[in-house]
Design a protein around this ligand. Structure first.
Ligand code: CMX
Length: 149
């Protein structure tokens, strides 16, 4: 089987959901960025503030569709500040890109998952986002994100 056929087979198995980013909570974006820059990753020039989530974020592409997102809290009552106090820096959440966040949230609610928001909110890059509470996902905070249209 040649490489192109293998790649097409994998793409067919992926369906309509894929990993968008792995988010890492840190005390300082600058210090955390250095680690991944030393590994060879390149961050987009822009550090974005997501006012709604009380964080500053920096992204580096890790493959054709996925990124690392570094998260630094902008205030003491940010969910990321609370996470850092409880657990220290480390992996904070996984984010999966979905084509229709309202449809996906409804499906998941019907299956008994606890979604954080009744309606999606605006996240990084203007995407619509919602989260599955870690208590209903085996201890992992899962973000769902839909590209802005
Ligand atoms: N991953 C795994 N477990 C987590 C967690 C995380 N990121 N955040 C909290 N928890 C755990 C806590 O350790 C705690 O566990 P125990 O009860 O066993 O001690 C439990 O979940 C409850 O945590 P809490 O902080 O006391 O509870 P809250 O309900 O106040 O907050 C959460 C948890 C997930 C609702 C809150 O962090 C939140 O709203 N997160 C979503 C928003 C967010 O994280 N925004 C930043 C990302 C921005 C972006 O990328 O767009």
């Amino acid at each position: 089987m040649n490489e192109l056929v293998k790649v097409k087979e994998v793409i067919n198995q992926l369906g309509e959901i894929h990993l968008d980013h792995v988010a890492l909570a840190c005390e300082s974006l600058t210090a955390a960025m250095k680690i991944y820059q030393d590994l060879g990753f390149i961050f987009s020039d822009q550090i974005e503030e997501i006012v709604e989530q009380k964080v500053k974020v920096a992204f580096a592409q890790i493959d054709v569709s996925s990124k690392i997102e570094l998260l630094e809290p902008t205030s003491d009552d940010s969910p990321v500040a609370k996470f850092l106090q409880q657990k220290g820096p480390g992996i904070h959440h996984l984010c999966f890109k979905v084509p229709d966040i309202i449809k996906k949230s409804q499906e998941l609610k019907q299956k008994g998952y606890q979604l954080l928001y009744e309606h999606p909110k605006v996240g990084a890059h203007g995407c619509l986002v919602n989260f599955i509470h870690p208590k209903s996902a085996e201890g992992v905070l899962i973000e769902l994100s839909q590209e802005k249209k």
